[in-house]
Design a protein around this ligand. Structure first.
Ligand SMILES: *Cc1c(COP(=O)(O)O)cnc(C)c1O
Length: 391
């Protein structure tokens, strides 16, 4: 069989690693820099009124940075390319990308069903802010889709879930969620922050919208807050309109940093996933921990870079956090350096205690974001922290 090597525009088709570094177009003009310059400007000038008209007729790219900027557009496009989606838009944060996506589908009077094991910040947006917009959100157990189906009402428009959940790392059965949504003529939106398109591509599995906190693996270096939502041209146009008109646009330098980070996504994920698997296996072998959470299978390429441990009865959680040597305690994840978080104290602080208890998010739980260091060093630092915190 001859493999298809060119797309409908005649361009050579690229595999993941190649696509990952070549999402930006080649530059032309007088000053051709190898990397894209930062368009650190609030607006773009017109040569004359015809030139201005050309913008409003859609024949010319840029007018005002809140409405569009080459650096932020590149980030939206780069993530869309890797997700296999036709369009994408970047925004000031993961939360604003999620908000843009939700408002592209739901308006006042509509109902959304979201998974109950949501990222804490998304829970806050759904349970409080969207309510004030007149959008009703119910939370359901997506592990049992019959429960989700029972929650569907006449005004339901969207099912919302996460491809791999935080901090328990439940792997969503996206195809089944999409199938249920389609059966009821609903849209599906998936937060794909944890596995990234390197491991999971929900749009290709039929999801209508896919959101990212680019603050995490897309950026990858913990130096930028950004978000991206991708999907069809029509839905992304609506999401972009919300992001632009609610003022949640991303700044040019942050867009540039996001693109700079994105170029090494595949390498970072490859290494971080491999390290995480090694650490999860190592910690599981000990048998002294309450529990080690690491997905059995996410993709052929790996199973993600987060390992969550429940210290259980044998270790003191305060002593553990004091004994981490070079590992930083930070309320985020996904950087190139290994770091740890205390979910109950940070991401899950806004989640009601009853919900946390039902989900199994405990006070002895530690979420480890595994970095690109040598696996042996990562194992050693956690071995020592466990030794020092043994009761
Ligand atoms: C961090 C995170 C968000 C929110 O992203 P921000 O960039 O902090 O706004 C949403 N979903 C998941 C899964 C996250 O980890």
């Amino acid at each position: 069989m001859i493999e298809k090597t060119v797309n409908e525009k005649g361009a050579i088709m690229m595999k993941f690693h190649t696509k990952n570094v070549h999402f930006q177009e080649k530059m032309d003009g007088a000053e051709v820099s190898k990397t894209k310059p930062i368009y650190q400007t609030s607006a773009f000038s017109f040569t004359d009124l015809d030139d201005m008209e050309a913008f409003f007729e859609g024949k010319k790219g840029y007018m005002y940075t809140r409405v569009g900027n080459p650096n932020t557009d590149d980030l939206g496009k780069g993530v869309a390319d890797l997700e296999g989606a036709p369009a994408g838009v970047a925004s000031a944060s993961g939360i604003s990308a999620i908000m843009g996506g939700i408002l592209a589908v739901a308006k006042a009077g509509d109902h959304v069903i979201a998974t109950e094991d949501l990222y804490g910040g998304t829970y806050q947006l759904f349970a409080h802010e969207l309510k004030d917009f007149g959008i009703e959100v119910s939370f359901a157990n997506f592990e049992d889709l019959s429960e989700v189906e029972k929650a569907i009402k006449d005004n339901t428009v969207l099912l919302y879930t996460e491809s791999v959940t935080n901090p328990l790392l439940r792997v969503e059965d996206i195809k089944s969620v999409v199938e249920l949504a389609k059966r009821h003529e609903l849209k599906t939106m998936v937060d794909n922050t944890f596995p990234t398109p390197y491991l999971v591509r929900p749009y290709e599995a039929g999801a209508d919208l896919v959101a990212h906190s680019a603050t995490k693996y897309i950026g990858g270096h913990s130096d930028v807050s950004a978000g991206v939502v991708v999907g069809s041209e029509a839905l992304v146009k609506k999401a972009k309109s919300k992001i632009v008109h609610l003022g949640a646009n991303l700044g040019p330098f942050d867009g540039w940093l996001g693109c700079r980070g994105l170029k090494t996504l595949s390498l970072r994920m490859e290494r971080q996933s491999a390290n995480a698997k090694k650490l999860a296996d190592h910690l599981s072998e000990k048998g002294s921990l309450g529990r080690v959470y690491y997905p059995e299978f996410v993709s052929e390429r790996g199973h993600g870079a987060i390992v969550t441990i429940d210290l259980g009865e044998n270790y003191d959680v305060y002593a553990f956090f004091r004994s981490l040597d070079w590992v930083k305690v930070v309320p985020t994840l996904a950087g190139v350096e290994t770091s740890v978080t205390y979910p109950v104290g940070t991401s899950h602080r806004p989640v009601p205690k009853e919900t946390r208890d039902r989900l199994g998010v405990t006070g002895s739980m530690v979420r480890i974001s595994v970095g690109i260091e040598d696996a042996e060093d990562i194992k050693a630092v956690f071995d020592r922290a466990l030794e020092k915190s043994k009761k």
